[in-house]
Design a protein around this ligand. Structure first.
Ligand code: GCU
Length: 674
């Protein structure tokens, strides 16, 4: 049977030392109590057992070696358990430990905690790792760990490169496809507990009775996996569905319309998560249409879902071509003055950077600027600006870079992760969103290695302090094998891959120079068009005097939105980390960088480096032949060849384009464009 990658990181391939694991592991197990979630655990153990050992583990036998139990169902006279420690793990946490009789105990406070613990344990077995003596105690640092699907009701996916939407609205609600359940399993296995089914560019139709029945069917299917369903709400729905004349958030009739709508939604889905809203952005309606603030809009929806325990994730991605300011500054300027004006069931959803999911962006200056409002992180998993489906880019290092960045707001140690998990400002509402890269492709994500980005997102949403190296290592072992001659080089390739993409696309702080509208391939020449802030020349500002966007005091002063500390380090052309140089500065071509070479030479060398790396990856991958199954090997190889060709396309296009301004020759070692 071909390995088409459908099983993601839940391959459950045969393990080494199967005999010892059979005794210790999952061969005989006991699950205290029954419930739909516990039935899923049961199935998963059997499925894994078949894969690992080629036999079916048996449940509820005498002398079980594995006991899975909520704390409340455990006989505490038999086991010495630190009750407080388990209780402190909260709703989603779990522990895995050994009893005095060397049974493995998976304990939690809820069924969902047990599901997470079971997946974790199965992953340990697959990796050949042991439960450490001191045990494992895990609980998520972030409360709402959600995927955002930019899926339309006609099944196209905005910025989706892996086929069509997996939501088959036509067959819903009567048909629940196995793929939905596998999707839920995959998410639960990495701790994702929410899914926003619909595109942020929302269609109000999803709030009609016909669609709510379908949404309910999905919510029912996902519930035992601990996954809540959310929808995007189109701000003008009261007009489109309710035939009202206005959607003004301060209008009582409008407010009541939303209250009624929320009640209807909760009648179908009692544990509905809430609404995600994109307002006043890229043509979407919003409170601006009525001269109201983002808080007015968010609070209206928050009041509608509050009686049912729902939340509103209000996006900060608000910008307009009519605002003369640098696009970089607009969200901050709009939101900072209303810090603290949001209801306590609103969380503001902020993209990792101020522009738009570029291969590299400095962290969004809103992080740190709004201590009185919970802010959530929005990452993009789908690769809108990183080569779509065919370019390998392991994104964990990109996420990690932003999460670990110190904002220096009111001192040191104010990392973005601490703002997102709520710990810095004492917010109990915390969330992370990842724009999904999932579609109907057999392997879910187009590129096999892009499965790793879904996985990495889940792991970082659970623990934003996790490191990329561990995530890559685990993912490879779960997805392919435990052969270090494969894992070590391929892991290194993954860890370098995002930087490689930065090198051949947007080195040294360049950004948004992709082709117009679809954003695939180079387009530094894009100019004119429908809006200035959708052109490349707006962002790179290349001329004979130099290249880069001056965001210091002499320019737009977007830098002024960051802490004093960062203003002084990043504001100086000689002390700013070079990776952000052209993001904040307009730099003369002949300016010397740290390596003593001028800017032009550095730019050219970065582009060449990216190409060299992409080509080296093809060679490296070819040398892995035979170490994994033929199907995934060939598929990946053909994508990597495309990437290497297109890296050269990027280099040639950008160097030819920028060379018109620098008018300098290419440094040695850089191939002449063809
Ligand atoms: C980007 C993307 C759009 C998307 C938007 C958003 O601009 O190109 O397709 O709708 O982000 O996040 O709202």
């Amino acid at each position: 049977l071909a390995n088409d990658g459908y099983k993601l990181w839940m391959q459950y391939y045969p393990i080494e030392n199967a005999e010892s694991w059979q005794k210790e592991g999952i061969a005989k197990y006991q699950i205290n109590a029954t419930s739909p979630t516990l039935a899923i655990i049961n199935d998963e153990i059997k499925r894994a057992g078949k894969g690992f050992f080629n036999f079916e583990p048996a449940e509820n036998q005498e002398n079980p070696k594995l006991i899975i139990s909520k704390l409340s169902d455990l006989n505490l006279t038999t086991f010495q358990i630190n009750k407080e420690k388990i209780t402190a793990l909260g709703e989603d946490g779990f522990s895995i430990s050994k009893s005095e009789n060397s049974e493995t105990l998976i304990l939690a406070n809820t069924d969902i905690g047990l599901l997470y613990g079971t997946f974790y344990y199965l992953q340990l077995i697959q990796k050949g790792s042991e439960v450490p003596k001191e045990g494992i105690f895990q609980s998520p640092k972030i409360k709402h760990r959600v995927l955002n699907h930019w899926d339309n009701l006609d099944r196209t996916v905005e910025r989706g490169y892996s086929g069509f939407s997996i939501w088959n609205w036509h067959r819903l609600p009567r048909h629940i496809d196995q793929q939905y359940l596998d999707y839920a399993r995959a998410n639960a296995s990495i701790g994702i507990n929410g899914t926003v089914l619909t595109n942020v560019n929302a269609n109000s139709l999803v709030l009609t009775t016909e669609y709510l029945e379908k949404v309910k069917a999905l919510a029912d299917a996902f519930r035992p996996y601990g996954i809540k369903v959310y929808l995007t709400a189109r701000f003008s729905s009261p007009i489109e569905l309710g035939r009202l004349k206005t959607a003004d958030p301060l209008n009582e009739v409008v407010q009541n319309w939303w209250k009624e709508k929320a009640k209807e939604v909760y009648d179908y889905i009692p544990d509905f998560g809430g609404f995600v809203v994109k307002a006043d952005s890229e043509g979407q309606p919003g409170p601006h249409n009525y001269g109201r603030t983002q808080a007015d809009g968010a609070n209206m929806l928050a009041d509608a879902v509050a009686p049912f325990g729902g939340i509103v994730m209000w996006r900060a991605f608000v910008y307009s071509e009519n605002t003369p300011d640098d696009r970089h500054k607009q969200a901050y300027n709009e939101f900072k003055p209303i810090d603290g004006e949001f209801r306590n069931n609103v969380i503001v959803q902020v993209k990792n950077g101020a522009i738009d999911f570029q291969p590299r962006e400095p962290f969004h200056p809103m992080f740190g600027a709004m201590p009185n409002t919970p802010l959530m992180m929005e990452f993009q998993i789908t690769q809108e600006y990183l080569g779509h489906d065919t370019h390998l880019a392991f994104l964990a290092p990109m996420y990690e870079e932003v999460l670990k960045e110190d904002t220096f707001v009111n001192g040191k140690g104010r990392e973005v992760a601490k703002i997102v998990d709520g710990s810095l400002d004492g917010h109990s509402l915390s969330a992370m969103a990842g724009v999904a890269n999932i579609g109907t492709d057999r392997n879910w994500t187009g590129h096999h290695f892009h499965q790793a980005n879904w996985y990495a997102y889940g792991k970082l949403a659970w623990n934003p302090y996790e490191n990329s190296e561990k995530i890559a290592d685990d993912w490879l072992r779960l997805t392919f094998n435990n052969d270090d001659t494969f894992i070590t080089p391929v892991k290194e390739m993954m860890l370098e891959s995002r930087e490689m993409v930065v090198n051949y696309m947007t080195p040294l702080g360049l950004h948004h120079i992709m082709a117009e509208s679809h954003h695939y391939g180079p387009g530094p020449w894009v100019t004119g068009g429908s809006r200035a802030d959708w052109t490349s020349t707006y962002y790179h500002q290349a001329s004979e005097s130099g290249v880069g966007f001056d965001r210091t005091k002499s320019g737009s002063n977007a830098l002024g939105q960051y802490s004093e500390n960062l203003q002084s380090v990043w504001g100086n052309i000689n002390s700013i980390p070079e990776k952000y140089l052209l993001w904040f500065h307009h730099v003369p071509w002949e300016h010397k960088l740290q390596n003593g070479e001028n800017l032009w030479n550095n730019l050219a060398l970065h582009y060449q480096k990216g190409v060299d790396e992409a080509r080296a990856n093809v060679k490296l991958w070819e040398s892995m032949k035979g170490k994994i199954d033929q199907e995934r090997f060939e598929h990946t190889l053909s994508f990597m060849k495309i990437q290497a060709e297109e890296a050269a396309w990027w280099r040639d296009a950008c160097l030819l384009y920028f060379g018109q301004f620098s008018k300098m020759p290419l440094p040695s070692g850089v191939e002449s464009p063809k």
